[in-house]
Design a protein around this ligand. Structure first.
Ligand SMILES: [Zn+2]
Length: 92
């Protein structure tokens, strides 16, 4: 009658926070973004302001470039960072 309890199988597996997470992509947007989860490219976090968002690296570039419509503009990015992300976003 003694059935073992199977608790705890779902805990753990937190990503190492000391490690910079990014993909092998040479997308310049990764200069400003890190992945929140290593295997989920759609969840990104802004290195500048720390905002987490859904939508991947292209959304992140819109965030940095302060292109309104789909994402809250980054309040920390400087003019040069905005310009580079705007150009990269328009080019893709
Ligand atoms: Zn930001």
């Amino acid at each position: 009658m003694a059935s073992p309890t199977n608790k705890g199988s779902m805990v753990g597996s937190t990503a190492a926070s000391s490690q910079t997470l990014k993909t092998n992509s040479d997308n310049m947007g990764w200069e400003f973004a890190t992945l929140i989860y290593p295997l989920d490219l759609s969840r990104v976090k802004c290195k500048l302001c720390g905002k987490e968002m859904f939508g991947g690296i292209n959304r992140m570039k819109q965030h940095i470039a302060q292109i309104r419509g789909q994402v809250t503009p980054c309040t920390v990015a400087n003019a040069d960072q905005q310009k580079r992300c705007r150009e990269a976003s328009e080019a893709s």
